[in-house]
Design a protein around this ligand. Sequence first.
Ligand code: 5AD
Ligand code: SF4
Length: 473
Amino acid sequence: MYERKEIAPEQIEAQRQFCERIKDAISDRPHFALVDTYGCQQNESDSEILRGWLMDCGYGLTTDPAQADMIAINTCAVREHAEQRVFGNVGALTHNKAKNPDLIVAVGGCMTQQESVKTRLRDSFRVVDLVFGPHEVWRFPELLWQAMQRHGRRGNKGRVIAAEPSDGVVAESLPRQRDSGIKAWLSIMNGCDNFCTYCIVPHVRGRERSRRPADVLAEARQLAAAGYKDITLLGQNVNSYGKGLDDGVDFPDLLRAVNDIPGDFVVRFMTSHPKDATEKLFRTMAECGKIAPHIHLPAQSGSSRVLKAMNRHYDREKYLDTVAMARSYLPDLVLTTDIIVGFPGETEAEFEETLSLVEQVRYDAMFTFIYSPRTGTPAASMPDPVSRAEKQVWFDRLLESANRISAEKHAEYVGKTFRVLVDGETGDPAHNLSARTKGGRLVHLSGDRALIGQFTDAAITDSSTWALFGETV
Ligand code: 5AD
Ligand code: SF4
């Protein structure tokens, strides 16, 4: 049974005591920590909290593994490929530990919530001192302190494994080290209740729970006051925000409230589920000037039969209706999507339906994946007769289509001027600045680096599949 577990302020305070102890223990010389992140923005957001904790514990941050006294790897379980990379990279840390026996290695994130991974890390990766699940991020200092106490003891007595299947955790007032003063992630909810049949996320991140509107808005106000220009509301299914709370605030209400915060900034959000994309959402987006005219609306497939087998709760027609409704409110809408190729039992004719959906909708950008079986999900035990080679052929056809459409969409920007937010440098002398349109398209600009962190007008002179190119005006 789902239980919402709000962590009491005293429990967070207790974590701060562990920070003080760690700070004391490492005060002999400067210590450095490295946090390496795989996967989605939710993980990026959790890594910001880990970095916040580590700084409160007295560590400096580094990106150089050779300099690090503590390395935390925040893992992703969505596809097998990422998991294999993590195992490879964790194994390689054995060399770092041989050079620096005091090194503490922690592995966190979604992978650790799978029994098989936990066992493998425990039995085959002696280099790992601490395993912690996503539900334990709020008490990372305590776990790190325990790992430090046990460090050097033999066998499993020397390590801490804390990745229980508990969920429902909602923790406020955690420290957070954001890595830019321009763009910020703002996590509004955690977990997912949708149980798409291919997806591991509900199994590892637990049931969906929303932060309270007052807490989200207080953080948004702080970000606006601190001068952030681009705030992205994050969650696995943002547009079902508010479920289970008694505040009577749904996602469009929350968007409107963030929009009403004074300041010059853009509000983005991801990821939205098509089944929860309502007319109220699109009306709110159209009425609120700070909300980016962009929606990431994963279709996953263009075949109603496959969508049913995926447990997506919409069919092709309903998805197309949602897109048409969105475009009727937002004529300049930027639309992006995720597609899975080769779901178990998908036929070539069904794949062709996905291709035709893509041609019909014409996405600005797409993330395309070959289906990856995840142990414990229903799809992993469905018959899957199509070969990997055949799926690759389908995938390549889809990618060709996606890239052609992106390039055509980008070409439509040429000759026009857009307000963009300059967010960094490119390293390319011809177009030295990187920027984003309000709809989120990448622009490479030539201009003064003093513009970084500011909005400016950009005349678009050229385009490619991946980016627009222009001049500041
Ligand atoms: N195999 C391939 N792609 C997957 N995704 C989620 N689970 C799987 C899987 N088992 C994709 C979906 C989702 C995106 C984040 O990752 O398209 O929207
Ligand atoms: Fe996974 Fe579906 Fe939830 Fe997205 S909505 S996280 S694909 S179960």
